[in-house]
Each structure stands twice: as C-alpha cells, then as structure tokens.
Ligand binder design. Structure first.
Ligand SMILES: Cc1cc2nc3c(=O)[nH]c(=O)nc-3n(C[C@H](O)[C@H](O)[C@H](O)COP(=O)(O)OP(=O)(O)OC[C@H]3O[C@@H](n4cnc5c(N)ncnc54)[C@H](O)[C@@H]3O)c2cc1C
Length: 446
C-alpha cells in the first residue's frame, strides 16, 4: 500500500494551478491566514463587500487537514448529539447543532451556486452500534434526536441487514441531509471563485509572525486593518494559543473501485450510506463518487500521540477488522493510505478568539470537522463585517478561549500533553456537564 493522500492523486488532471508565493510588502482591509475549510469560508464571506481581501496559505488551499479528510459532511464530529445534550441540555445542544448544520448548508450552497467539481454527493449517515453498549449508544442517539426534534430512523440487528450487509453490528440509527465531499477539490475549486472575485490569494506563503497589524512571511508582508487567523498546527512562536491546541491522529485508506455487485453485497437496498461505529476510537467508511471504499480509523495508542505516525500497521489493523464485518469484501485491495492529525481542543469544541487588547485580530483553532470549520470561518468574517451581532455573543460564549476544562494543566507538565488530552477528551465525551451560567468566563471576552 502506497503512503499517499488519495485526494492529492485525484487532483492530477483537474484544472487548478498553484498560485505563487507572496514576494512583496502589501496592504489590505482584511487578511485571512490559512486556506483550509475555515479560511476559505472566511474569504468567501468577505467577497464582493467592497473590501480589499488577501488570503495567504502555507501549502496549497486545502492542503492540510481539510485536504486529508474523509469528507464526511455530517453535524456529528467528535461529539454526538447525546453528548452535547448531556453537556449543555437540549436547548444548548440545539444551538450548538446549528453550527455544523449551517456549515454544511454554506458548503452545499457554494457547490451548487458555482457548480464546483469536488466529488460532492448526498450520503445519508448511519451510526452503527457494536455490541450491547453500542446498541445502547444507538438508542441514546435516537432518543436525543427525538428530544431535539430531529428526524431519524432506528434499525435493530435484523432490520439492519436490509440496508447494510455486515456481520457484527448490533443496530444503527440513520439520518439524512448529510453529504460526502473532497475537501481538497472543494478548496481548490473555491480558489478560482475567490480569485475571480478579486481576492488576492498566495499559496506556499507561511505567516511567520504577527507584529501589530502586519503579518510577516518569508519574502514579504501584509499590513491589514483586520486579520483572521485560521491556521492549524500552530507553533508557540506564532501565538501562545498553540498551548491550547491538541491533536487526534487518524488514518485513511482508499480501495480499488468496487464493482456494482460488490456494492450490492454491502448496501443491498442500493442506498450508499456514510458510516461510523460506536467505539471510542471509531472506524468510518463511505464510497467516493467513483465507488472506491474510503476507510478510516486508528488505535487507542496512536490517536493521542503528539508525533505523526507514518507506519501502515494501524491502518492494516483497521482494514482487517473492516473485512471481518464485511467478509464479502475479503479480496478487496486497498491501494493508498495516509495519516492525519486533527487539531482539536481539550473538550472537542472549537475556540474562537476576539481579544479586547487586539480587537482587529480574530482566531479560530481546534476546529474539528469540515462543517464546523465552514461555520467558524464564516462567523469570523461576519464579526469583521459587523453583521449578525446577536449570534456573535452566543457563540463567543460557547467557544471562549477562557472556558474551564475538567483536568488541571499541571497534568500536562508532569505526564505530557497526550495524557492530559486523552483524559479531557474522555471526560468531554462521556461525563462532562457544562452549566452555561456558571462557566467562569472573563466577561471581556464578549
Ligand atoms: C485524516 C483526517 C480525516 C478527517 N475526516 C474528516 C471527515 O470525514 N469529516 C469532517 O468533517 N472532518 C474530518 N476531519 C477534520 C477536518 O479535516 C478538520 O477539522 C477541518 O479540515 C479543519 O479545517 P481548518 O480550516 O480549521 O484547518 P485546516 O484544513 O488544517 O486549514 C488550516 C490551513 O492553514 C495553513 N497554515 C498553517 N500554518 C500556517 C501559517 N503559519 N501560515 C499560513 N498558512 C498556514 C495550513 O496549511 C492549512 O491549509 C479529518 C481530518 C483528518 C486529518
């Protein structure tokens, strides 16, 4: 199996050209730093507003997490609805659920409006339970969806066989309005839309430091009235917020294209779901537009490691387990694999920063999920434009950089970042309860 991101392979033959790096000193009204889903979304929201907008990106647009991702566009990210309800109550969970729902809708609108070529397809979600506890998780998810007034359908083990032909799942819950996409192709296609509208985009341009209103790069600089930072893998030399970013590692692989018969052997009803299971380090799979199986997962050990692991051992194990669930695909060859570290925060919610000492500077970081990133970029652009003010207060509260976390920071000093992250991650998913009124925020945040 080749160690290579399939989405990069799929970019060959597409009509996108790398844009040259910045080699001069320029100024603008708004600078967006980082061209993943959040940065592209921010730049798009600033388009055609009479502003001079510049976007700088270290790699190519979509070249980091967005372009490595499996492209599941579902409101579930690391946190399921039942977990959000436990933490924030039904109303709070519904407010938070609106974030990825709006994020998906923004992406879908762009795909349709600009007719973007990005392997976008309608794919209903199927959350699969494994074992007794998995069946309980499925029922909890259904109950939560009912409480929130969201439509869904539950399948017990027997009923499930009509829609997914596998051995070992104890049940599932499914729901609609979810999609599959190539994040890399989306960002590259959006690059044409942004540049056509006059936004100055520079690829291969890394922001090295910020001094007051100026961002310096290797061979140039950008002075801006307002700056939106949407970067990943932040370093401490760039901002102290790097301390608040943690990483969860996952692995992806892509198969040879499946024949119609093979597809029917796993999805007998003809509906090609995007699926993930109920385990803590879950596996996930979906068919791409050209009917390749995109399969992802990880291991308890590598998920929380600080360093990226490139060995195929973990994904080999994920493939072996997948084939135990789908014996009819025993012969299927997976041809490429790639690892990726997802930036996140300790409690798996994104952080949005608007600091009163530097009100011209906005940050979003630790954003898990393409829909959440799409929302966050758009949200920060709205803050810069001064539109949608009531929403701003609400979401700055949820996503404050000063929100409390369950475990004290000294754990990191003694046992290391992965230990603190795994404890906080587990707590956020399974035990944490946040009572919004009692959260100890510094009111200056808002
Ligand atoms: C393997 C993998 C699978 C995933 N699967 C899914 C999935 O199926 N569904 C889902 O919703 N989410 C998935 N995710 C998560 C999702 O990809 C991310 O949450 C999302 O892409 C975050 O978007 P972003 O714009 O915040 O970050 P990024 O996409 O990482 O964008 C940040 C950008 O900033 C650039 N940058 C960094 N530093 C600098 C600098 N100093 N100067 C200039 N530019 C800089 C980077 O090159 C990058 O392009 C997956 C992630 C990975 C890694």
């Amino acid at each position: 199996m080749l160690l290579q991101n399939w989405w990069y392979t799929s970019l060959l033959g597409k009509p996108y050209h790398k844009i040259d790096s910045l080699r001069e000193h320029i100024s603008c009204d708004v600078l967006v730093v980082g061209g993943g889903m959040s940065g592209v979304s921010a730049a798009h929201a600033l388009m055609n507003k009479g502003l001079k907008v510049v976007l700088i990106e270290k790699n190519i647009l979509g070249g980091s997490s967005t372009g490595k991702s499996a492209g599941f566009l579902t409101p579930d990210s690391e946190l399921e609805l039942s977990q959000l309800i436990r933490r924030f109550g039904v109303n709070g969970a519904k407010e938070l659920w609106e974030v990825p729902v709006k994020g998906i809708s923004l992406i879908k609108q762009n795909v349709e409006k600009y007719n973007l070529d990005c392997d976008f397809q309608k794919q209903d979600s199927l959350f699969l339970g494994i074992g007794k506890s998995g069946w309980q998780d499925v029922q909890d998810e259904l109950e939560s969806r009912n409480k929130a007034g969201f439509e869904s359908k539950i399948y017990n083990e027997q009923e499930l066989k009509n829609i997914i032909h596998a051995t070992g799942y104890s049940g599932a819950v499914s729901y609609a309005n979810t999609y599959g996409i190539s994040g890399l192709q989306y960002c590259q296609a959006m690059k044409n839309i942004l540049t056509d509208a006059g936004i100055q985009v520079y690829e291969a341009t890394e922001a090295l430091r910020i001094e007051d209103h100026t961002v310096f790069t290797h061979a140039g600089s950008v002075k801006a009235d307002k700056i939106i930072i949407c970067i990943d893998k932040m370093t401490h030399s760039f901002s102290h917020f790097a301390d608040d970013v943690f990483h969860a590692q996952t692995f992806l692989s892509i198969s040879e294209p499946l024949s119609d018969k093979e597809i029917e052997s796993i999805f007998p009803s003809g509906q090609k779901f995007q699926c993930w299971d109920s385990t803590l380090v879950y596996s996930y799979f979906r068919l791409t537009g050209n009917n390749r199986m995109l399969l992802g997962g990880g291991s308890a050990f590598t998920t929380f490691l600080s360093k990226e692991v490139h060995s195929a051992t973990v994904i080999d194990e994920v493939i072996t387990k997948f084939k135990q669930f789908f014996p009819s695909l025993n012969h299927l060859k997976f041809i490429q694999y790639w690892p990726g570290q997802i930036d996140t925060t300790r409690d798996l919610l994104p952080t949005l920063v608007r600091d009163d000492k530097t009100p011209y500077l906005h940050f979003c970081f630790g954003v898990v999920g393409l829909p959440w990133a799409s929302f966050c970029g758009n949200f920060l652009a709205e803050c810069v434009l001064g539109t949608n003010v009531p929403e701003q207060k609400k979401y700055f509260e949820y996503f404050s950089s000063r929100r409390p976390f369950a475990f004290p920071i000294w754990i990191e000093k003694v046992f290391g970042k992965p230990v603190l992250f795994s404890l906080d991650n587990y707590w956020a998913k399974y035990h944490q309860i946040d009572i919004k009124d009692k959260m100890q925020y510094d009111k200056k945040d808002f």
